[in-house]
Design a protein around this ligand. Structure first.
Ligand SMILES: Cc1cc2nc3c(=O)[nH]c(=O)nc-3n(C[C@H](O)[C@H](O)[C@H](O)COP(=O)(O)OP(=O)(O)OC[C@H]3O[C@@H](n4cnc5c(N)ncnc54)[C@H](O)[C@@H]3O)c2cc1C
Length: 333
């Protein structure tokens, strides 16, 4: 492991200054450290300095505000999974958080770290493989094992988005708050993540020096039809039941009133470099009478632009089935 300087700033301003372009080249944020330290130990990154968020006030915790829920970036995944309001009104998020990784990782891992974790592609994670994402000259996965690669959205790099919470937050129209040297900005979660076609070296729009401070989720009554909290579910297919990333995951939110789907949101993980919004499924569902709704057909609309590779065609079938199951489960109540 390479030596690095460790900083523990006591304010957001100090943090941003330590990370800024002038002072912070090769400076990395550390939250729970469950992903960052792996990257350092495995020699994938060699930070000159590591800036901890542990001493920065007001970054941890979940508060209910007038316009919705505010989840601080340093809130642990375990706290999100256990929060009573999240469990009842944002069920897909509680399920995504409660089912990810292992209890140990959920206890130290934070929301900010989960959203900003780096991809799990074997080739990116191998210290001796200079893949495109690490400044190399080719994607080695393409001529290797394509089983875990994306089926849509790839562009020279074919990673899949790894964060379960990001997929769940997508169906609640969450917004990501960011602080940097030029102030604060807030982005819809769909605009926070970027694919390799935009910049192959990163997965979000965060600039050097910027920190995610919290995630805002609209009030349940603003998401649900007729003021009712929406029904939502998170389903995840993986190779091992514990401590494993999604092969494919799906978050579904449905609002049904008077026998008709009023609103619907469907997002997929494990299929694209960013959380993938299944807009054709949403269009099929919205305004449809529940009696005439064919969840099997809805499932087939999951990834219309899928272009599977040699070993990952199973992901399309899996996505279709998970979407079908998610819808059926919510309609069954
Ligand atoms: C065995 C194993 C299984 C796992 N399974 C899953 C799984 O099934 N699903 C899943 O979603 N995840 C899974 N993970 C990933 C795990 O959830 C993440 O490691 C964890 O959430 C990261 O949180 P952290 O606070 O430890 O982040 P850190 O390791 O501290 O940071 C991770 C990254 O985010 C950046 N970062 C941290 N906080 C901020 C912030 N506020 N603003 C900007 N950047 C920030 C860091 O610089 C770093 O690049 C697994 C990890 C392991 C080791």
């Amino acid at each position: 492991m390479n030596p690095f300087q460790y900083h523990e700033p006591q304010s957001l301003a100090e943090t941003v200054a330590l990370l800024s372009v002038e002072t912070g080249a090769d400076a990395h944020i550390i939250a729970g450290g469950s992903d960052l330290l792996d990257e350092v130990k495995e020699g994938i990154i060699r930070p000159a300095s590591v800036v901890s968020l542990a001493g920065v006030p007001d970054l941890a915790g979940i508060t209910e505000a007038e316009d919705g829920l505010r989840i601080g970036a340093m809130t642990t995944i375990a706290d999100i999974a256990a929060h009573p309001v999240i469990r009842t009104a944002y069920t897909a998020l509680a399920e995504a958080a409660g089912g990810l990784a292992t209890p140990q990782i959920r206890n130290v891992g934070t929301l900010g770290g989960n959203l900003n974790q780096r991809p799990r592609c074997w080739y990116y994670r191998h210290p001796l493989i200079p893949c495109l994402k690490k400044g190399g000259d080719r994607c080695y996965a393409l001529v290797g094992n394509t089983k875990h690669l994306c089926v849509t959205g790839g562009d020279r790099c074919y990673i899949v988005h790894p964060s379960d919470t990001a997929v769940a937050l997508s169906v609640f129209n969450a917004a990501v708050e960011i602080a940097g040297s030029s102030g604060k900005r807030t982005l819809p979660i769909g605009e926070f993540f970027t694919g390799p076609g935009v910049d192959i070296s990163r997965e979000t729009v965060l600039e050097q020096g910027e920190v995610v401070t919290r995630v805002n989720v609209p009030r349940p009554s603003d998401l649900g039809a007729e003021g009712q909290p929406p029904r939502s579910v998170y389903l995840k297919a993986r190779e091992r039941e514990a401590g494993d990333f999604a092969l494919v995951s799906v978050a579904v939110r449905l609002d049904v009133a008077n026998g008709t789907v009023q609103q619907a949101a469907v997002a997929l993980g494990g299929v694209a470099p960013v959380p993938y919004r299944a807009t054709e499924v949403e269009e099929y569902l919205i305004g449809r009478a529940v009696d005439s709704l064919d969840s099997t057909h809805a499932g087939t609309l999951s990834i219309p632009d899928a272009r599977p590779m040699t070993d990952n065609g199973y992901k399309v079938v899996m996505a279709n089935n998970l979407v079908k199951q998610g819808i059926a489960r919510l309609l069954a109540g």
